[in-house]
Write a protein that binds this ligand. Structure first.
Ligand code: FMN
Length: 334
């Protein structure tokens, strides 16, 4: 079980683009990892005060009582517990919101989140990852973006250097630009999360076994998007079984080939993505459960696309030719 620490810096509670995208990220994150915990810090509804003379004195003298130090300790504790940090931050007057700067002034503390050794600074919050969702009204301009540069630097300073940035640009230009920015950002988040998910392998799998099974999954996606039934059939064992909800079971490679040829003649797939969650080996078999997200063109000659999301169970068999699909079963659409 992991912990996601989400920090929203937009002063807007409603109508905030960074919040909408952070919601999207959080929902997707939890759908990948339903057991995970989320700590939410909203800097608009629960602002962090600026540091004061007393705060600095308290940071320097551990015996000094200060409510600001208590707040700082709480914020640092949240950061330490987090495996992944999600920050939603709009560009305000060429830089980050002052509320977020105040947050960092409380968590960047010598001996707790960084240390100085022989004159060198070293971040102490290592092993964590972060995603920044930034937003701006205008088109991006590397010369006047003091926000992303700063956020990357300060996170690296405390030891978090694996940082992905999802940037929403041009949000106040026109509706079309805004919609495009949001859908690109959603796609980027999907890609990021799919990249970070790796299945739990249970039982004895060599690196070669893992490589072959991953290859089968990738090969299946490729064959489906290309509409290549032959390439798909070659990934399957002779006695493959295909179980599709409310359809007859299809048994054998030739029957699968025929069924896929029929399917590809009337359906064109825009994308096919599997997110394997758990794979367990038992002798020459391996059972995998996961989720698949599929987008299809409504008709061959139109651009309309619809998507489905399903759970699946697959069985792989180790044959003399290597690992092959032995059983493909998808649950009804979610
Ligand atoms: C106080 C303030 C300052 C802003 N400064 C900039 C700026 O310097 N450059 C820019 O491109 N957009 C600027 N914007 C636009 C915001 O970055 C943009 O509206 C963004 O979507 C706000 O994030 P939110 O939708 O999550 O609230 C500013 C907005 C506000 C409210």
């Amino acid at each position: 079980m992991k912990t996601l620490l989400r920090i929203d810096a937009s002063a807007r509670i409603n109508g905030s683009n960074t919040r909408v995208l952070a919601d999207y990220f959080q929902t997707k994150w939890l759908s990948h990892n339903p057991e995970d915990k989320v700590i939410h810090r909203c800097l608009a509804s629960n602002p962090i005060p600026h540091i004061t003379n007393e705060t600095i004195k308290a940071f320097q003298h551990a015996d000094e009582l200060s409510s600001n130090r208590t707040l700082s300790d709480t914020l640092i504790d949240e950061l330490k517990r987090a495996d992944h940090l999600l920050i939603g931050s709009p560009l305000y007057n060429l830089t980050l919101p002052s509320t977020l700067k105040a947050y960092f002034d409380h968590v960047v503390r010598a001996g707790l989140t960084f240390e100085v050794r022989q004159g060198n600074y070293r971040g102490l919050l290592t092993g964590k990852t972060a995603t920044l969702i930034t937003a701006r009204g205008s088109k991006s301009s590397p010369t006047d973006d003091f926000q992303t540069t700063y956020l990357r630097k300060i996170l690296a300073f405390i030891g978090i250097d694996a940082v992905d940035v999802v940037a929403l640009d041009g949000l106040t230009l026109d509706q079309q630009t805004k919609e495009k920015a949001i859908s690109c950002a959603q796609q980027q988040i999907d890609d990021l999360l799919n990249r970070t998910v790796s299945p739990v392998w249970q039982g004895e799998f060599s690196e070669y076994d893992k490589q072959q099974i991953n290859f089968l999954r990738a090969g299946q996606a490729d064959a489906i998007v290309k509409g290549d039934a032959q390439a798909y059939a070659e990934l399957c064992a002779d006695n493959i079984q295909l179980l599709i909800p409310s359809q007859d079971v299809i048994t054998g490679r030739n029957a699968l080939l025929e069924a896929e040829q029929k399917l590809f003649s009337r359906t064109k797939f825009a994308s096919f993505q599997k997110i394997p969650l758990h794979i367990e080996r038992s002798g020459n078999l391996a059972v995998e459960v996961g989720r698949q997200e599929v987008t299809m063109h409504k008709h061959h000659d139109t651009d309309g696309i619809f998507s489905t999301c399903q759970k699946y169970t697959h069985v792989f068999r180790l044959t003399p030719q290597g690992w092959r699909f032995a059983m493909l079963m998808s649950n009804p659409n979610e």
